[in-house]
Ligand binder design. Structure first.
Ligand code: HEM
Length: 643
């Protein structure tokens, strides 16, 4: 008996070893054919099990002679895209392959290559398995490919139009005024240190998408539920758990997002039995959140059946109408099943919930991260903050934000330091650092870099390392760094670089076989015509092509309005409490204050460098940059530092 077990084990080990070795040989041969530099690694950096057992196999791998791992040591760090970014490509090549027995990954930061990849959706589709985490509550426009994706994209994109962008502008202004009230405190004077800027910007963006996208009114502390609002929506608004729930809607969503990976990776039955507080909170949050979404779905079905229409993007209404309305939504007409007559595409309830979930998540976390980093960077770089305020004075004067006109002001703001600061933040700390694609399984695909053709192996995964091309000095105007001994300021926050318009580097090469179908969503440029235009492919914080971000115009409008409202009448300063209290600061000379602020600037820059990418790039754990909001004219530092 024992010998049979041993024999079977031996055969299994031999079979696995054979598969590993032959897989590696096939992949190395394909990598050689590609013409790109390649590096061999025993376990793919995108292998989930490899990631979990990182601490075991990596030290073993490093026991091999240095020459086998020194070039690719960076890849063993899961946060390398943000920490190393362009430096890796400068050392290795604009595009290179990482070859393991199970997979080939092509990492590239080359703008020409990135432009070709995003322009040809069928040759370079999405590797849908990488999106499993976002499909937990139902398949949706982010997690699908092919004909199903096309159907979801057409249905969801209908709401993202320019008419709704002006509603987003209005709502963002009103919500940001609510946030400012909270930051200034009950006496309205501000100048108190707060450490919650990341959570607060997340609340702001959640309030905006919940209201404008779903008609849900979430309240700031001290606000009351409007008397004329639909009473069915009151339960989403409160900070307390309403009847039938053990957590408020906002809390359930925030905790579900915190534990999204845990909820995906660990089976539910295991989470139920393990004696862990995290597991308990994760399950409670998820059950509350899914409960809210289901109740919301039922309310919307009732509305659609009664013919009630909501204002705004009404994303849930658009989704529900495809399945429960008489008329299919724009573009959802055919599934191409080959039967006579057009087939009406209908989303299942789980797909409706999946798309609602993805729009709430995608619609608030990324935008909140960008606003958070933009405010922190402007506090860290007072000269840029002052220049931004000058532009705001010229464009808006001291007009009440509630009277700002979208058509008259939006383009002016986009072409000013406001647009420049948003772009610079997206360049340096984009929420998505590495956008995954793959080579179609049918055949190898050619790409051209500087006139040279390369052949990307079929089925290879692609990492479009946006954050590296966005820090490649070849594509950007630079000057010597003012804050470090680096040769250029490419890694520094310098929004002023966007104000240089004389560049001629922006000619776009025509991509042969590029997609031509209009699949909805905003098709204009991400950057204002008044600002620097980098070469196509070098600036892709929202990705590009048919699968570019659906919400990019909405995000830009939210960010422009929020920054304009915050800085029109207020300044943001880094808090210095760690080194001196208010009384000590008041007694300091200018030189002493400048020295003090330099310490805060240094500390802020170090904290921002510690951001990590878990779904999106942000400050995880207990990291934060403490700041103060003050009324303009009452600054202690930012009205003169670095002048
Ligand atoms: C600054 C804010 C944002 C950034 C940087 C951003 C970035 C991105 C990126 C890089 C992608 C492509 C992801 C991939 O291919 O894997 C994407 C897709 C998407 N984003 Fe955004 N996003 C932002 C805000 C928003 C907002 C506000 C919404 C909606 C309200 C939204 C909805 C979506 C959707 C639905 C997709 C999937 C599109 C498709 O695959 O067809 N995003 N976003």
């Amino acid at each position: 008996m024992l010998s049979t077990i041993l024999l079977l084990l031996g055969v299994a080990v031999l079979y696995c070893s054979f598969n590993i070795i032959s897989g590696l040989r096939v992949n190395i041969a394909a990598a050689k054919r590609s013409g790109l530099p390649y590096f061999v690694i025993p376990i793919s950096p995108w292998n989930r099990i490899g990631q979990i057992f990182n601490k075991i196999w990596v030290p073993l791998f490093k026991k091999l002679p240095r020459k086998y791992w020194q070039d690719i040591e960076f890849i063993l760090n899961t946060n390398w895209q943000y920490q190393e970014n362009h430096k890796v490509f400068a050392r290795l090549s604009d595009a290179f392959l990482i070859v393991s027995p199970g997979r080939i990954i092509c990492f590239t930061e080359n703008a020409e290559a990135l432009h070709q990849i995003t322009s040809k959706r069928e040759a370079f589709p999405k590797p849908t398995e990488a999106y499993a985490i976002l499909g937990q509550y139902g398949q949706n426009v982010v997690t699908l490919e092919g004909a199903q994706w096309r159907m979801h994209r057409k249905i969801t994109s209908a709401s993202f139009n320019e008419k709704n962008a002006s509603l987003v502008f209005k709502e963002s202004i009103s919500q940001t005024l609510g946030l400012i009230n909270m930051w200034l405190g009950p006496d309205g004077l501000g100048n108190k240190t707060f450490k919650t800027i990341e959570q607060d910007t997340a609340s702001l963006m959640l309030n905006i998408i919940a209201n404008i996208g779903f008609g849900l009114k979430i309240l700031w502390p001290g606000q009351e539920f409007p008397a004329d609002a639909d009473p069915r929506l009151a339960k989403y608004a409160t900070q307390e758990a309403p009847e039938g729930h053990t957590m408020s809607f906002v809390n359930a969503l925030a905790r579900t997002l915190d534990y999204l990976i845990l909820l995906l990776v660990v089976p539910k039955w295991m989470l139920r039995i393990v004696p862990s507080k995290r597991a308990k909170v994760a399950l409670e949050a998820e059950s509350n959140f899914v409960g809210y979404l289901n109740e919301f779905l039922q309310d919307k079905i009732e509305d659609v059946r009664k013919g009630n229409n909501s204002e705004g993007l009404d994303i849930m209404g658009a989704l529900v109408r495809t399945s429960y309305g008489d008329q299919p939504e724009n573009g959802s007409a055919t599934t191409g099943s080959g039967k006579k007559g057009p087939q009406i595409a209908r989303l299942s309830d789980s797909e409706i919930i999946g798309n609602a979930f993805i729009n709430i998540v995608a619609g608030h976390e990324s935008t909140a991260n960008v606003l958070h980093f933009a405010i922190v960077e402007l506090a860290t770089n007072p000269a840029s903050q002052r220049r931004l305020q000058q532009d705001l004075d010229n464009i808006l004067g001291d007009a009440d934000p509630n009277t700002w006109d979208y058509d008259a002001k939006m383009n002016l703001l986009l072409g000013s330091m406001v647009g420049a600061s948003i772009n610079e933040t997206l360049r340096l700390v984009p929420p998505v650092v590495d956008i995954p694609k793959m080579v179609s399984p049918n055949q190898d695909q050619p790409i051209t870099i500087e006139g040279q053709k390369y052949l990307l192996p079929r089925k290879a995964t692609i990492g479009m390392v946006a954050i590296a091309s966005q820090r490649n000095p070849r594509y950007w105007p630079t000057k010597p760094s003012k804050i470090s001994d680096a040769e250029t300021d490419i890694d520094d926050f310098v929004p002023e670089r966007w104000l240089q318009t004389e560049s001629t580097k922006n000619e776009t090469t025509k991509v042969e076989g590029a997609d031509t179908e209009d699949l909805g969503g905003y098709s204009g440029s991400d950057t204002s015509a008044q600002l620097y235009r980098p070469p196509r492919g070098a600036f892709i914080p929202f990705s590009d092509g048919a699968r570019a971000c659906l919400g990019r115009r909405m995000a830009i409008v939210e960010l422009v309005s929020a920054l304009a409202v915050v800085f029109q009448k207020h300044s943001i300063e880094l808090a210095v409490d760690e080194w001196a209290n208010d009384e000590q600061v008041n007694g300091m000379s200018k030189d002493e204050k400048a020295k003090l602020y330099r310490m805060a600037q240094q500390s802020s820059r170090t904290t921002v460098k510690g951001a990590t990418s878990v779904i999106t790039l942000k400050l995880h754990g207990n990291q934060y940059v403490p700041v103060r909001m003050v009324r303009r004219g009452e600054e202690r530092f930012v009205n003169w530092i670095d002048s």
